[in-house]
Design a protein. Structure first.
Length: 468
């Protein structure tokens, strides 16, 4: 990393050094291309940066788990870059997913095979949520026959039929029973951070369930936290490129090429003009349009600009609870309702993020986009969330070392509602401009949340290799 402007021509300039920009720049540098990665902050990593307090390692991004563990596309990027210094980063699996249904659970339900081995948690009101047919056969609450409508009606619908329909519309049109509707809402929450049937795309929810049922684990967390991944990317980039921090981007400069098409030739920044053959924008979407402003005219495709202008992000509240000893040993993903929230005793998964003998619990509660700026609502939600957690886990409250609560207007730049599903998002190649590309969690790529960004790296990389 540095603070001086390299006066030379680069093969690629990547703007934005979050995990998506770092991953893209790493892949290109690893193959031998000369890459400049630009970041306006003093540090790289974006929302994946960590901070330390009293020996605890806290993630900046709330609830920062790797979906599907070692099957995550970000891990695919890491594995694609093997050199003499390559050392595999272990992804700790999170195999079980529990829902809190109340303390009288034992009066109406029978524990399944897994719950019998962990009967204490079952008696405390937690049941495991099945992710595939075999697990459903062993479940009393979410059994196969209770979810039969999902299989006989839901999975017969194609993604194209249901992507622009809300989950609520789907439930009404297919006459889903209460258990099936509940299961679909839980899937939307756990996989897409959007437990709102009136907003979330039914097609995306059904596709997420199908995809997750084939994966060995639901989530994972990297050994040592996220910093080793950031460090690995920095090492690879510096082999053939450079990272320029504290550099604000202002606008692109365009010229017509021999085919009378526009090409970006340079990027105006706070540290001077940078020249490159290709530009890849890994910026937050709201910062993209201004790079294309040329006087009174904006050269960004109007459809992309309109999509960005109307983009609705995922938002929510995060709570990190540091505990002076280790009163609980669970490693499952925990889902509570009223209010909707997901939590995990994260230091039980990766011990290095907490001092020896202590424990860190991380909780995330998504907030409906209509309410994220309502301060009274947010205060009530924080109070409800805190009371709910300490009601279920009283030993936490007795031994809290510190609590960090934050409100996030942007967790992911888009959530998968009926106007932001995959097929309607902008493609990585910017129309009308030959050498400009978009990557991030709001573009045309498979996945949900941050996985969209990781998969967009592969989308852009494939196009770049085809045209080389």
């Amino acid at each position: 990393m540095g603070d001086s402007l390299p006066d030379e021509m680069w093969d690629y300039v990547v703007v934005g050094a979050g995990l998506t920009g770092l991953g893209m720049a790493s892949l290109l540098s690893f193959e031998g291309s000369r890459v400049l990665l630009i970041e306006r902050e003093a540090e790289v990593g974006g929302r994946s940066r960590t901070t330390q307090k009293n020996g605890f390692v806290l993630d900046e991004w709330p609830y920062h788990l790797m979906k599907f563990g070692w099957k995550n596309p970000l891990n695919d990027i890491l594995r694609a870059m093997k050199d003499k210094q390559y050392s595999r980063i272990l992804i700790h699996p999170i195999r079980h997913y529990h829902l809190y249904v109340g303390n009288d659970v034992t009066k109406t339900l029978k524990p399944n095979v897994y719950e019998q081995s962990k009967l204490k948690y079952f008696k405390q009101g937690w049941i495991s949520v099945p992710r595939n047919i075999n697990q459903m056969r062993k479940s009393d609450y979410f059994g196969v026959w209770k979810l039969i409508r999902i299989f006989t009606s839901g999975f017969k619908c194609t993604y194209e039929e249901m992507c622009d329909k809300s989950l609520q519309e789907f439930n009404n049109s297919k006459k889903m029973n209460d258990t099936s509707a509940h299961y679909l809402k839980l899937a939307a929450g756990a996989l897409m951070y959007c437990p709102y049937p009136d907003l979330v795309s039914a097609g995306e929810v059904l596709r997420a369930i199908k995809w997750s049922s084939k994966q060995p684990v639901l989530f994972g967390y990297p050994e040592g936290g996220w910093q080793p991944i950031i460090d690995r990317f920095i090492h690879i980039i510096n082999q053939n490129g450079k990272i320029l921090t504290e550099c604000e981007t202002e606008r692109l400069i365009f010229e017509e090429n021999k085919e009378n098409r526009l090409e970006a030739t340079s990027l105006v920044t706070s540290k001077g003009i940078i020249n490159a053959k290709k530009f890849i924008l890994a910026l937050p979407p709201k910062r993209v349009p201004r790079l294309f402003q040329q006087g009174e005219q904006n050269l960004l495709d109007p459809k992309i600009k309109e999509f960005i202008d109307n983009l609705t992000p995922t938002s929510g509240i995060s709570m990190d609870i540091a505990v002076s000893h280790r009163p609980y040993k669970g490693r499952s993903l925990l889902y509570i309702e009223n209010p909707d929230a997901y939590g995990i005793f994260l230091s039980n998964v990766e011990s290095s993020i907490a001092p020896a003998g202590k424990m860190l619990m991380c909780v995330f509660s998504p907030v409906h986009p209509d309410y994220i700026k309502d301060s009274e609502f947010i205060e009530r939600r924080i109070t409800e969330l805190r009371e709910r957690i300490y009601q279920m886990y009283p030993k936490l409250k007795e031994n809290v070392e510190f609590e960090r609560t934050r409100v996030h207007e942007v967790v992911d730049n888009s959530f998968i509602n009926t106007s932001q599903y995959k097929d309607i998002r902008p493609k990585t190649q910017i129309p009308g401009i030959d050498n400009c590309f978009l990557i991030g969690d709001y573009v045309f790529a498979y996945g949900w949340g941050e996985d969209i960004g990781y998969n967009s790296i592969w989308e852009a990389y494939r196009i770049l290799k085809e045209r080389k």
